[in-house]
Unconditional design. Structure first.
Length: 441
Protein backbone atom coordinates (compact mmCIF):
# COMPACT_ATOMS: atom_id res chain seq x y z
CA UNK A 1 0.00 0.00 0.00
CA UNK A 2 2.78 2.37 0.98
CA UNK A 3 4.43 1.68 -2.37
CA UNK A 4 1.24 2.39 -4.30
CA UNK A 5 0.81 5.74 -2.52
CA UNK A 6 4.42 6.65 -3.29
CA UNK A 7 3.98 5.75 -6.94
CA UNK A 8 0.73 7.76 -7.10
CA UNK A 9 2.43 10.74 -5.48
CA UNK A 10 5.30 10.46 -7.93
CA UNK A 11 2.94 10.31 -10.93
CA UNK A 12 0.97 13.29 -9.61
CA UNK A 13 4.13 15.30 -9.10
CA UNK A 14 5.36 14.72 -12.64
CA UNK A 15 1.98 15.37 -14.26
CA UNK A 16 1.32 18.54 -12.27
CA UNK A 17 4.91 19.67 -12.85
CA UNK A 18 4.47 19.13 -16.56
CA UNK A 19 1.24 21.11 -16.86
CA UNK A 20 2.72 23.92 -14.79
CA UNK A 21 5.74 24.16 -17.10
CA UNK A 22 3.43 24.24 -20.08
CA UNK A 23 1.46 27.19 -18.75
CA UNK A 24 4.61 29.18 -18.06
CA UNK A 25 6.44 28.25 -21.20
CA UNK A 26 7.72 31.19 -23.26
CA UNK A 27 6.58 31.38 -26.86
CA UNK A 28 8.78 29.90 -29.53
CA UNK A 29 9.91 32.55 -32.02
CA UNK A 30 10.56 31.48 -35.59
CA UNK A 31 12.57 33.75 -37.88
CA UNK A 32 11.93 32.42 -41.39
CA UNK A 33 13.41 32.95 -44.86
CA UNK A 34 16.19 35.35 -43.88
CA UNK A 35 19.83 35.30 -44.93
CA UNK A 36 21.76 34.38 -41.81
CA UNK A 37 25.25 35.81 -41.31
CA UNK A 38 26.29 33.60 -38.43
CA UNK A 39 29.93 34.87 -38.28
CA UNK A 40 31.19 31.28 -38.36
CA UNK A 41 31.02 31.23 -42.15
CA UNK A 42 32.30 34.06 -44.37
CA UNK A 43 29.07 34.11 -46.34
CA UNK A 44 25.36 34.24 -45.61
CA UNK A 45 22.98 31.29 -45.96
CA UNK A 46 19.23 31.13 -46.26
CA UNK A 47 17.50 29.56 -43.32
CA UNK A 48 15.36 29.71 -40.22
CA UNK A 49 16.33 30.54 -36.66
CA UNK A 50 14.16 29.10 -33.89
CA UNK A 51 14.33 30.88 -30.54
CA UNK A 52 13.13 29.19 -27.38
CA UNK A 53 13.13 31.52 -24.37
CA UNK A 54 16.52 33.23 -24.28
CA UNK A 55 18.29 30.66 -26.43
CA UNK A 56 18.78 29.90 -30.13
CA UNK A 57 17.33 26.43 -30.13
CA UNK A 58 17.73 25.51 -33.76
CA UNK A 59 19.05 26.83 -37.06
CA UNK A 60 17.84 25.00 -40.12
CA UNK A 61 17.70 25.36 -43.85
CA UNK A 62 14.76 22.91 -44.01
CA UNK A 63 11.25 24.22 -44.22
CA UNK A 64 9.49 21.14 -42.91
CA UNK A 65 10.13 21.60 -39.18
CA UNK A 66 7.22 21.27 -36.82
CA UNK A 67 5.71 24.62 -35.79
CA UNK A 68 4.52 24.49 -32.18
CA UNK A 69 1.07 25.99 -31.53
CA UNK A 70 2.51 28.77 -29.34
CA UNK A 71 5.04 29.86 -31.97
CA UNK A 72 5.28 33.42 -33.26
CA UNK A 73 6.59 33.45 -36.81
CA UNK A 74 8.34 36.33 -38.59
CA UNK A 75 8.64 36.03 -42.36
CA UNK A 76 11.94 37.76 -43.07
CA UNK A 77 12.16 37.23 -46.82
CA UNK A 78 14.84 39.56 -48.21
CA UNK A 79 16.16 40.43 -44.73
CA UNK A 80 19.45 39.61 -43.01
CA UNK A 81 20.15 38.33 -39.51
CA UNK A 82 23.43 39.16 -37.80
CA UNK A 83 24.49 38.72 -34.16
CA UNK A 84 23.81 41.64 -31.81
CA UNK A 85 26.69 44.12 -31.82
CA UNK A 86 28.97 44.52 -28.83
CA UNK A 87 30.56 47.92 -28.24
CA UNK A 88 33.89 46.98 -26.82
CA UNK A 89 34.82 50.35 -25.35
CA UNK A 90 32.33 52.49 -23.49
CA UNK A 91 32.21 54.65 -20.37
CA UNK A 92 28.58 54.73 -19.32
CA UNK A 93 28.57 56.09 -15.78
CA UNK A 94 29.80 59.64 -16.20
CA UNK A 95 26.31 61.09 -15.78
CA UNK A 96 23.35 60.08 -13.63
CA UNK A 97 21.94 56.58 -13.33
CA UNK A 98 18.90 57.70 -15.35
CA UNK A 99 21.12 59.00 -18.16
CA UNK A 100 23.03 55.74 -18.25
CA UNK A 101 19.80 53.75 -18.41
CA UNK A 102 18.41 55.95 -21.21
CA UNK A 103 21.64 55.78 -23.22
CA UNK A 104 21.79 52.01 -22.88
CA UNK A 105 18.18 51.70 -24.03
CA UNK A 106 18.97 53.82 -27.10
CA UNK A 107 22.04 51.68 -27.77
CA UNK A 108 19.93 48.52 -27.64
CA UNK A 109 17.39 49.84 -30.16
CA UNK A 110 20.36 50.67 -32.39
CA UNK A 111 21.62 47.10 -32.33
CA UNK A 112 23.97 46.99 -29.34
CA UNK A 113 23.27 43.92 -27.19
CA UNK A 114 26.49 44.05 -25.15
CA UNK A 115 28.93 46.68 -23.90
CA UNK A 116 32.36 46.51 -22.31
CA UNK A 117 32.84 49.38 -19.87
CA UNK A 118 36.44 50.52 -19.54
CA UNK A 119 36.22 52.53 -16.36
CA UNK A 120 33.48 54.09 -14.31
CA UNK A 121 31.57 53.97 -11.05
CA UNK A 122 31.54 50.30 -10.12
CA UNK A 123 28.48 50.67 -7.89
CA UNK A 124 26.42 51.94 -10.81
CA UNK A 125 27.94 49.44 -13.21
CA UNK A 126 27.05 46.53 -10.94
CA UNK A 127 23.45 47.75 -10.74
CA UNK A 128 23.21 48.32 -14.50
CA UNK A 129 24.67 44.88 -15.12
CA UNK A 130 22.03 43.32 -12.92
CA UNK A 131 19.15 45.35 -14.35
CA UNK A 132 20.05 44.66 -17.99
CA UNK A 133 20.56 40.99 -17.24
CA UNK A 134 17.18 40.42 -15.65
CA UNK A 135 15.28 42.82 -17.91
CA UNK A 136 14.42 45.38 -15.24
CA UNK A 137 15.86 47.91 -17.71
CA UNK A 138 16.03 47.56 -21.47
CA UNK A 139 19.61 47.66 -22.64
CA UNK A 140 22.68 45.69 -23.63
CA UNK A 141 24.30 43.30 -21.20
CA UNK A 142 27.02 45.15 -19.32
CA UNK A 143 30.53 43.81 -18.73
CA UNK A 144 32.88 46.04 -16.78
CA UNK A 145 36.37 46.40 -15.41
CA UNK A 146 38.06 47.45 -12.21
CA UNK A 147 40.92 49.89 -12.80
CA UNK A 148 44.32 49.27 -11.29
CA UNK A 149 46.83 52.08 -11.76
CA UNK A 150 49.83 53.73 -10.19
CA UNK A 151 49.42 56.40 -7.58
CA UNK A 152 50.18 59.22 -10.09
CA UNK A 153 46.89 58.55 -11.85
CA UNK A 154 44.88 59.12 -8.70
CA UNK A 155 46.90 62.16 -7.67
CA UNK A 156 46.76 63.95 -11.03
CA UNK A 157 43.58 62.95 -12.81
CA UNK A 158 40.14 64.19 -11.70
CA UNK A 159 38.26 61.24 -13.27
CA UNK A 160 38.80 58.59 -10.60
CA UNK A 161 37.43 60.97 -7.98
CA UNK A 162 34.35 61.65 -10.09
CA UNK A 163 33.41 57.98 -10.21
CA UNK A 164 34.26 57.28 -6.58
CA UNK A 165 32.18 60.07 -5.01
CA UNK A 166 31.46 59.34 -1.37
CA UNK A 167 34.40 56.97 -1.16
CA UNK A 168 38.17 57.17 -1.36
CA UNK A 169 39.42 57.18 -4.96
CA UNK A 170 41.98 54.46 -5.53
CA UNK A 171 40.85 52.48 -2.53
CA UNK A 172 37.56 50.92 -3.67
CA UNK A 173 36.71 47.66 -5.39
CA UNK A 174 36.35 49.34 -8.80
CA UNK A 175 39.63 51.27 -8.67
CA UNK A 176 42.85 50.52 -6.88
CA UNK A 177 45.99 52.60 -6.58
CA UNK A 178 48.94 50.24 -6.40
CA UNK A 179 52.62 50.05 -5.63
CA UNK A 180 54.97 47.13 -5.18
CA UNK A 181 53.63 46.37 -1.69
CA UNK A 182 49.98 46.10 -2.71
CA UNK A 183 47.95 42.96 -2.02
CA UNK A 184 46.97 42.16 -5.62
CA UNK A 185 45.08 38.99 -4.72
CA UNK A 186 42.81 40.86 -2.34
CA UNK A 187 42.19 43.63 -4.91
CA UNK A 188 41.29 41.13 -7.61
CA UNK A 189 38.98 39.20 -5.29
CA UNK A 190 37.13 42.37 -4.32
CA UNK A 191 36.77 43.32 -8.01
CA UNK A 192 35.41 39.87 -8.72
CA UNK A 193 32.99 40.16 -5.83
CA UNK A 194 31.67 43.41 -7.28
CA UNK A 195 30.96 41.64 -10.57
CA UNK A 196 33.84 42.87 -12.73
CA UNK A 197 34.72 40.85 -15.81
CA UNK A 198 38.28 42.12 -15.93
CA UNK A 199 41.05 44.16 -14.42
CA UNK A 200 41.95 47.18 -16.53
CA UNK A 201 45.57 48.10 -15.94
CA UNK A 202 46.02 51.80 -16.44
CA UNK A 203 48.92 54.19 -16.36
CA UNK A 204 51.97 54.39 -14.09
CA UNK A 205 52.36 50.61 -13.78
CA UNK A 206 55.79 49.21 -14.58
CA UNK A 207 56.50 45.92 -16.27
CA UNK A 208 57.08 43.94 -13.10
CA UNK A 209 53.88 45.21 -11.43
CA UNK A 210 51.94 44.63 -14.62
CA UNK A 211 52.99 40.99 -14.67
CA UNK A 212 51.97 40.55 -11.03
CA UNK A 213 48.55 42.16 -11.50
CA UNK A 214 47.90 40.15 -14.65
CA UNK A 215 48.78 36.87 -12.93
CA UNK A 216 46.59 37.71 -9.94
CA UNK A 217 43.65 38.47 -12.25
CA UNK A 218 44.05 35.31 -14.31
CA UNK A 219 44.29 33.16 -11.19
CA UNK A 220 40.71 34.29 -10.43
CA UNK A 221 39.50 33.81 -13.99
CA UNK A 222 39.27 37.53 -14.74
CA UNK A 223 40.33 39.01 -18.07
CA UNK A 224 43.05 41.64 -18.28
CA UNK A 225 42.54 44.77 -20.36
CA UNK A 226 44.90 47.72 -20.80
CA UNK A 227 45.87 50.52 -23.10
CA UNK A 228 48.29 49.31 -25.75
CA UNK A 229 50.96 51.58 -24.34
CA UNK A 230 50.97 52.67 -20.74
CA UNK A 231 54.20 54.40 -19.90
CA UNK A 232 56.61 53.34 -18.56
CA UNK A 233 55.56 49.95 -19.97
CA UNK A 234 55.95 49.44 -23.70
CA UNK A 235 53.40 47.62 -25.88
CA UNK A 236 55.64 44.53 -26.21
CA UNK A 237 55.72 44.19 -22.42
CA UNK A 238 51.96 44.82 -22.25
CA UNK A 239 51.20 41.90 -24.57
CA UNK A 240 53.82 39.69 -22.93
CA UNK A 241 52.16 40.31 -19.56
CA UNK A 242 49.18 38.43 -21.00
CA UNK A 243 46.85 41.37 -21.60
CA UNK A 244 43.78 40.08 -23.47
CA UNK A 245 42.67 43.34 -25.10
CA UNK A 246 44.95 46.31 -25.84
CA UNK A 247 43.18 49.60 -26.50
CA UNK A 248 43.81 52.48 -28.91
CA UNK A 249 45.58 51.94 -32.21
CA UNK A 250 46.77 55.55 -32.34
CA UNK A 251 50.54 55.72 -31.91
CA UNK A 252 50.91 52.46 -29.99
CA UNK A 253 53.47 51.20 -32.49
CA UNK A 254 55.41 54.46 -32.16
CA UNK A 255 55.54 53.98 -28.39
CA UNK A 256 57.35 50.72 -29.09
CA UNK A 257 59.82 52.51 -31.36
CA UNK A 258 60.44 55.69 -29.34
CA UNK A 259 63.74 56.03 -27.49
CA UNK A 260 62.17 57.11 -24.29
CA UNK A 261 58.51 56.91 -23.35
CA UNK A 262 56.76 59.18 -20.91
CA UNK A 263 53.32 59.23 -19.37
CA UNK A 264 51.03 62.23 -19.40
CA UNK A 265 52.11 63.32 -15.92
CA UNK A 266 55.73 63.83 -16.93
CA UNK A 267 55.13 67.34 -18.30
CA UNK A 268 54.86 70.65 -16.52
CA UNK A 269 52.65 72.26 -19.17
CA UNK A 270 50.08 71.25 -21.75
CA UNK A 271 52.25 72.69 -24.52
CA UNK A 272 55.13 70.44 -23.49
CA UNK A 273 52.87 67.39 -23.48
CA UNK A 274 51.49 68.26 -26.93
CA UNK A 275 55.01 68.72 -28.29
CA UNK A 276 55.98 65.28 -27.01
CA UNK A 277 52.81 63.70 -28.47
CA UNK A 278 53.55 65.26 -31.87
CA UNK A 279 57.08 63.94 -31.71
CA UNK A 280 55.77 60.41 -31.03
CA UNK A 281 53.21 60.76 -33.83
CA UNK A 282 55.91 61.72 -36.33
CA UNK A 283 57.84 58.45 -35.90
CA UNK A 284 57.59 56.49 -39.15
CA UNK A 285 56.71 52.81 -38.93
CA UNK A 286 56.21 49.87 -41.22
CA UNK A 287 56.10 46.12 -41.07
CA UNK A 288 59.65 45.99 -42.47
CA UNK A 289 60.88 47.34 -39.13
CA UNK A 290 62.02 44.47 -36.92
CA UNK A 291 60.56 45.95 -33.74
CA UNK A 292 57.16 46.41 -35.39
CA UNK A 293 57.18 42.84 -36.62
CA UNK A 294 58.23 41.53 -33.20
CA UNK A 295 55.44 43.46 -31.48
CA UNK A 296 52.68 42.33 -33.84
CA UNK A 297 53.94 38.72 -33.84
CA UNK A 298 53.89 38.73 -30.04
CA UNK A 299 50.33 40.10 -29.97
CA UNK A 300 49.24 37.38 -32.36
CA UNK A 301 51.02 34.63 -30.40
CA UNK A 302 49.74 35.90 -27.01
CA UNK A 303 46.20 36.33 -28.36
CA UNK A 304 46.16 40.00 -27.39
CA UNK A 305 43.41 41.68 -29.38
CA UNK A 306 43.69 45.24 -30.66
CA UNK A 307 40.83 47.54 -29.63
CA UNK A 308 41.42 50.13 -32.35
CA UNK A 309 38.90 52.83 -31.19
CA UNK A 310 39.19 54.60 -34.56
CA UNK A 311 36.04 56.62 -33.98
CA UNK A 312 37.64 58.50 -31.13
CA UNK A 313 40.18 60.15 -33.46
CA UNK A 314 37.39 61.29 -35.78
CA UNK A 315 35.43 62.51 -32.81
CA UNK A 316 38.43 64.56 -31.72
CA UNK A 317 38.73 65.82 -35.29
CA UNK A 318 42.32 64.63 -35.47
CA UNK A 319 42.65 63.56 -39.09
CA UNK A 320 46.36 62.71 -39.01
CA UNK A 321 45.96 60.63 -35.83
CA UNK A 322 43.12 58.73 -37.53
CA UNK A 323 45.31 57.99 -40.56
CA UNK A 324 48.11 56.68 -38.30
CA UNK A 325 45.68 54.64 -36.22
CA UNK A 326 44.16 53.12 -39.36
CA UNK A 327 47.59 52.24 -40.69
CA UNK A 328 48.53 50.54 -37.40
CA UNK A 329 45.19 48.69 -37.41
CA UNK A 330 45.74 47.53 -40.98
CA UNK A 331 49.26 46.26 -40.24
CA UNK A 332 48.04 44.41 -37.15
CA UNK A 333 45.12 42.90 -39.08
CA UNK A 334 47.29 41.81 -41.99
CA UNK A 335 49.71 40.29 -39.50
CA UNK A 336 46.95 38.15 -37.98
CA UNK A 337 46.23 40.14 -34.81
CA UNK A 338 42.53 40.01 -34.01
CA UNK A 339 40.81 43.39 -34.11
CA UNK A 340 37.92 44.32 -31.81
CA UNK A 341 35.43 47.15 -32.31
CA UNK A 342 34.88 49.75 -29.64
CA UNK A 343 33.77 53.36 -29.94
CA UNK A 344 35.19 54.80 -26.67
CA UNK A 345 32.19 57.08 -26.97
CA UNK A 346 29.02 55.01 -27.18
CA UNK A 347 26.47 57.69 -27.98
CA UNK A 348 26.44 61.09 -29.59
CA UNK A 349 24.46 62.96 -26.92
CA UNK A 350 23.18 65.58 -29.38
CA UNK A 351 21.47 63.33 -31.89
CA UNK A 352 21.50 59.95 -30.06
CA UNK A 353 23.53 58.34 -32.83
CA UNK A 354 25.23 55.16 -31.68
CA UNK A 355 28.89 55.18 -32.68
CA UNK A 356 29.66 51.48 -33.03
CA UNK A 357 28.26 51.82 -36.57
CA UNK A 358 30.82 54.57 -37.29
CA UNK A 359 33.57 52.41 -35.82
CA UNK A 360 32.63 49.56 -38.17
CA UNK A 361 32.78 51.86 -41.21
CA UNK A 362 36.20 53.16 -40.13
CA UNK A 363 37.51 49.61 -39.67
CA UNK A 364 36.44 48.77 -43.22
CA UNK A 365 38.13 51.94 -44.44
CA UNK A 366 41.28 50.81 -42.59
CA UNK A 367 41.31 47.61 -44.64
CA UNK A 368 39.19 45.02 -42.83
CA UNK A 369 36.79 43.04 -45.00
CA UNK A 370 33.14 43.63 -44.14
CA UNK A 371 32.80 40.19 -42.54
CA UNK A 372 35.91 40.76 -40.41
CA UNK A 373 34.65 44.18 -39.33
CA UNK A 374 31.41 42.46 -38.25
CA UNK A 375 33.46 39.83 -36.42
CA UNK A 376 35.36 42.62 -34.67
CA UNK A 377 32.04 43.75 -33.17
CA UNK A 378 30.67 40.27 -32.47
CA UNK A 379 32.79 37.11 -32.16
CA UNK A 380 36.08 38.89 -31.39
CA UNK A 381 34.44 41.15 -28.84
CA UNK A 382 32.77 38.16 -27.20
CA UNK A 383 36.18 36.49 -26.92
CA UNK A 384 37.77 39.62 -25.49
CA UNK A 385 35.32 39.57 -22.61
CA UNK A 386 35.38 35.78 -22.26
CA UNK A 387 31.73 35.30 -23.24
CA UNK A 388 32.30 33.45 -26.51
CA UNK A 389 30.33 30.41 -25.39
CA UNK A 390 27.20 32.57 -24.89
CA UNK A 391 27.28 35.41 -27.40
CA UNK A 392 28.98 36.75 -30.53
CA UNK A 393 27.77 34.34 -33.20
CA UNK A 394 24.53 32.75 -34.37
CA UNK A 395 24.83 29.15 -33.23
CA UNK A 396 22.50 26.69 -31.56
CA UNK A 397 22.65 26.95 -27.78
CA UNK A 398 23.86 30.55 -27.70
CA UNK A 399 21.82 33.47 -26.41
CA UNK A 400 19.31 34.83 -28.92
CA UNK A 401 21.03 38.22 -29.35
CA UNK A 402 20.23 39.01 -32.97
CA UNK A 403 19.58 41.89 -35.31
CA UNK A 404 17.22 41.78 -38.26
CA UNK A 405 18.45 44.25 -40.87
CA UNK A 406 16.94 45.13 -44.21
CA UNK A 407 20.07 45.22 -46.41
CA UNK A 408 23.23 43.18 -46.74
CA UNK A 409 26.11 44.45 -44.54
CA UNK A 410 28.56 42.45 -46.65
CA UNK A 411 27.76 44.75 -49.58
CA UNK A 412 27.91 47.95 -47.54
CA UNK A 413 28.95 48.04 -43.91
CA UNK A 414 26.68 51.00 -43.16
CA UNK A 415 23.73 48.63 -43.68
CA UNK A 416 24.22 47.56 -40.03
CA UNK A 417 22.27 50.76 -39.36
CA UNK A 418 19.14 49.50 -41.13
CA UNK A 419 17.76 47.71 -38.09
CA UNK A 420 14.21 46.44 -38.06
CA UNK A 421 14.21 44.26 -34.97
CA UNK A 422 16.58 43.67 -32.12
CA UNK A 423 16.43 40.44 -30.15
CA UNK A 424 18.21 40.40 -26.82
CA UNK A 425 18.04 37.21 -24.77
CA UNK A 426 15.07 36.26 -26.92
CA UNK A 427 13.09 39.41 -26.20
CA UNK A 428 12.13 41.43 -29.26
CA UNK A 429 12.41 45.20 -29.65
CA UNK A 430 11.62 47.44 -32.58
CA UNK A 431 14.92 48.60 -34.01
CA UNK A 432 15.96 52.10 -35.11
CA UNK A 433 17.08 52.73 -38.68
CA UNK A 434 19.87 55.31 -38.31
CA UNK A 435 20.96 55.36 -41.98
CA UNK A 436 20.61 59.13 -42.06
CA UNK A 437 23.73 59.33 -39.84
CA UNK A 438 25.84 57.09 -42.06
CA UNK A 439 29.02 58.87 -43.02
CA UNK A 440 31.03 58.37 -46.17
CA UNK A 441 34.59 57.30 -45.43
ZN1 LIG B 1 38.18 54.78 -22.81
Amino acid sequence: MKHIILILMFLLSITSGYSLDNENVEPIIILKNATILDMVSDVGRKGTVIINGQIIQKITSENDFETPSNAITYDLTGKFIIPGLIDNHVHITHGSLKQAQDNLETALMNGVTGVRDMGGDGRMLALLKRNMLIGENNGPDVFFSTIIAGIKFFENDPRPGQVALGAEAGNVSWQWAIDKNSDFDSMVLQAKGLGATAIKIYTDVNKSLMNKVSQAAKKQGLKVWAHASIAPTRPLDVTNAGVDVMSHAGDFIQYELADDIKDRYAFSSKAEATKYKDQIGSIEFDIGNKKVKTLLSAMKKNNSYLDATLWVYTYRDDESALIRAQKATRLAYQHGVKIVAGSDHMINEENSDINIHNELALLVQAGLTNIDALRAATTNNAEGIGEESNIGSIEEGKLANLLVISSDPLLNITNTRKIQYVFKRGKVYKGIDSSRFAKKY
